[in-house]
Structures are given as structure tokens and as C-alpha cells.
Design a protein around this ligand. Structure first.
Ligand SMILES: Cc1ncc(COP(=O)(O)O)c(C=O)c1O
Length: 395
């Protein structure tokens, strides 16, 4: 076999996802894009804010000498500085440019953090349902994923987390607002998590890190408050990007920022910069760094997402689908009307609705709707949803 057995087994296990995409593409080709309701991917539907285009124009018209050359692996110092200022403003903590590493999206940031932290066999706690790629990312760096199911309403199950921590635990990946549930963990839970980790660190005499994956950080609804991890956990590293908040997913621009109170901070930063370089990223894309440095604090139209959430959540619960009302991100994670969520997703496909089964996120019995689609797609899909609800006896 030309490829590694491990990758071959991953491809085999993921083959049903590929089949689903192929079926979706076939439906679009046969019936036309406008007659297929694609809720399968979390791809921002809007263009980036106008300020992004202005920043690009200004950079092209007034190029900074050397801006396209190699740079320090952590990124341009002035870009790191502007990110640090924004995080310092948000948290009230003395975050500085030296605490920031610019990365190739949040995906790149997560891989950099995991490479910097993990020794072979180290355990990383994941909370299910989880972003599918986490398991592969942990494996990339010789770690072992330990999956802990979330509790009621997809909040943290702190007791289960405490039971899952061992003398091999090195990190926990936290994702709030969450993909796929849209849940935002409340301050009381983050505080308890911090206490739990301090107890575990004292018990095992070693550092455990929270890697807080926050690409949906600015997509918050209903005025919900967002507890910044740095206030509750000393050993915290934020991994994030502008894929969602500036609708720049294809541009691959993000960053890591470490809590200024992290243990052995200088060594940690050195390791993060080393990992960014040797994973082959070298540095985050130069033009995008310079653009987003001018856009810290700018965000896409969050109310447009909230309107989509309200419309779809209201319509689907009215049809008998059961789900937690999400307070962030752009996903709904309803219960599947039958135990077999893959079979349900196939039934939805027959009605030209494309969604993803909970099985893919480590939580069977549910399915994920990405409502990052134009409102008219939501409106046009409602008849098909109703037929689906009837087929499964919900109405
Ligand atoms: C929870 C979560 N983490 C990380 C990522 C990766 O984001 P990026 O495009 O910035 O690499 C995504 C993308 O959908 C995500 O949903």
C-alpha cells in the first residue's frame, strides 16, 4: 500500500462523510443548487466587512518595504502588538505582543499548541460532541484523545471531566461557542473547571493546559456574557482565527495567545514559535497579518446570524424537532427523531436537505445544521423540513 496504514484507516472510517458529500453534489447537479438546501458546512455566507477591502487597498497602494519577505516566525511585531492590545482591552490583563503567535488559522494554531505541549502518549481531553478534526490533530503530535461526553444541555460534565484526568493528562481542548452545539459555557462552569485543573495539577505534580479554541468567540447572541478563560485558568492558551468573525476562512489567518500568567511562559512561547516554524507554516500569511492588524475589533454582522438562528430554531421546534437553543456560533444540534442519526441524515437528503450526523462529532443520536447560509435558503427549505418532520411522526 502506498500510503500509511494509519491514514488508510482514517480514510476508510471517514468514507461515509465523503459519500455524503458526493451524494450532495449529485443532488445539486441533478436538481439545481437552488433546490438543494445545504446546511452541511460551516462556511460564512457573507463577504468580509468593507473595512477588510479598504485595508487591502491601502496595503496595495502603500506597500510597506519588505512586507512580502520572510519575517520572524511568530509574525510581524506590530501585528502581534495590535492583537495583544485587543486581548488586553478585552481581558484587562497585561497581554503583550510577545504572548502572541500569528498562525495559519485556528487549525494551524491548534496544531502548533499541541506540538509544543505533547510528548508521545500524553492525553488530551476532548468534550463530545467535538470538532471532528481534534482527534486527528492530537494524533498528529503523538497524543491520545480521551473523549468525555458533555452533560445536560451540552454543558460541561465536570464530574466526568474530573474522573477522566490522569497522570498522563497534558491538555484539554475547550470550544466555546461550540461547534456543533452552539453552546456558550457560563462563567460558573469555567470557574469550576479552573478549580478542577488546579486540584489535578496538585495531585499529579504536573502542568495541565487548557487550549481554548475560540473561532466563534464574537458570534454571541442574546447579550450572553463570555467568560474569558484567562480569568479562570492560569495555564490557558487561546487558539483562534478570523475565519468566522471576519469571514476570512479561505485566507487562513489566526493566532495563539498565551495567558501572561502561564507557567514557564517564556519557554512556552519559544516552543510555540518553534512549532509554527517546523510544522512548515514558517509564519502566517504576511498580507493577511497586516490586514487583520487593522481590523482588531471589527466583526461581521452578528445580528444577521442571530436572525437566522431565530428563524430556523423557531420553525424547527414548532415542527417538533428538539434541541438546545444555541447562544453562539452558527450551528443547531437537534436530537435525531430516530436513534440511527446516519439513517436520518440520509432521509433528510432524500428531501434535499444536507446536514451532518452527530456520529461524526462523537455523539450519535443527533444531527448538525450549519445555518451559515443566506436567509432565503432557510425560507425555501422550510417546506422540506416540514415534510421530513411528518415522515418521522413529529407533526
Ligand atoms: C471549532 C472549530 N475549531 C477550529 C476550526 C478551524 O478554523 P480555521 O478555519 O480558523 O482553521 C473550526 C472550523 O470550522 C471550528 O469549527
Amino acid at each position: 500500500m502506498p500510503i500509511s496504514q494509519k491514514v488508510a484507516s482514517y480514510l476508510e472510517r471517514g468514507s461515509w462523510i465523503r459519500k455524503m458529500f458526493e451524494e450532495g453534489a449529485r443532488l445539486k447537479a441533478e436538481f439545481g443548487e437552488e433546490n438543494v438546501f445545504d446546511f452541511s458546512l460551516g462556511n460564512p455566507p457573507e463577504e468580509p466587512p468593507e473595512a477588510f477591502h479598504e485595508a487591502l487597498r491601502s496595503l496595495v497602494e502603500n506597500p510597506i518595504p519588505g512586507m512580502h519577505r520572510y519575517m520572524p516566525n511568530a509574525g510581524f511585531p506590530e501585528v502581534r502588538q495590535s492583537v495583544a492590545e485587543e486581548v488586553a482591552r478585552e481581558t484587562g490583563l497585561p497581554v503583550e505582543g510577545r504572548h502572541v503567535v500569528m498562525t495559519v488559522g485556528a487549525g494551524g494554531a491548534l496544531n502548533v499548541a499541541l506540538k509544543a505541549l505533547l510528548d508521545p502518549g500524553d492525553e488530551v481531553l476532548l468534550i463530545a460532541p467535538y470538532f471532528v478534526e481534534y482527534r486527528f490533530y492530537v494524533d498528529n503530535h503523538g497524543g491520545r484523545s480521551v473523549v468525555v461526553q458533555s452533560g445536560e444541555d451540552f454543558l460541561l460534565d465536570l464530574e466526568a471531566l474530573e474522573r477522566a484526568v490522569t497522570d498522563k493528562t497534558k491538555a484539554i481542548i475547550l470550544n466555546s461557542p461550540n461547534n456543533p452545539t452552539g453552546v456558550v459555557y457560563p462563567p460558573s462552569q469555567i470557574e469550576s473547571l479552573g478549580e478542577l485543573l488546579r486540584r489535578a495539577m496538585a495531585r499529579y505534580g504536573r502542568d495541565i493546559y487548557v487550549i481554548s479554541d475560540e473561532p466563534y468567540r464574537r458570534l454571541l447572541y442574546d447579550g450572553v456574557s463570555y467568560p474569558h478563560i484567562f480569568h479562570y485558568v492560569e495555564n490557558a492558551i487561546v487558539a483562534t482565527s478570523h475565519s468566522k468573525d471576519l469571514a476570512l476562512a479561505g485566507e487562513r489567518i489566526g493566532y495563539l495567545v498565551a495567558n501572561p500568567r502561564c507557567a514557564d511562559l517564556e519557554r512556552l512561547m519559544e516552543a510555540l514559535v518553534f512549532a509554527n516554524r517546523t510544522l512548515g507554516f514558517v509564519n502566517a500569511p504576511a498580507l493577511m497579518q497586516l490586514a487583520v492588524a487593522r481590523l482588531q475589533g471589527v466583526t461581521v454582522d452578528v445580528e444577521a446570524y442571530q436572525r437566522r438562528r431565530d428563524r430556523l430554531y423557531g420553525a424547527l421546534t414548532g415542527m417538533g424537532f428538539r434541541m438546545v437553543k444555541p447562544q453562539g456560533a452558527f450551528y443547531l444540534f437537534p436530537r435525531s427523531p430516530i436513534d440511527d442519526d446516519v439513517a436520518f441524515v440520509q432521509a433528510a437528503q432524500r428531501r434535499h436537505i444536507l446536514v451532518a450526523p452527530g456520529t461524526g462529532f462523537g455523539t450519535p443520536g443527533y444531527f448538525r445544521i450549519a445555518y451559515s447560509v443566506p436567509m432565503e435558503v432557510i425560507e425555501r427549505s422550510l417546506g422540506a423540513w416540514e415534510a421530513l418532520a411528518e415522515e418521522f411522526g413529529l407533526i
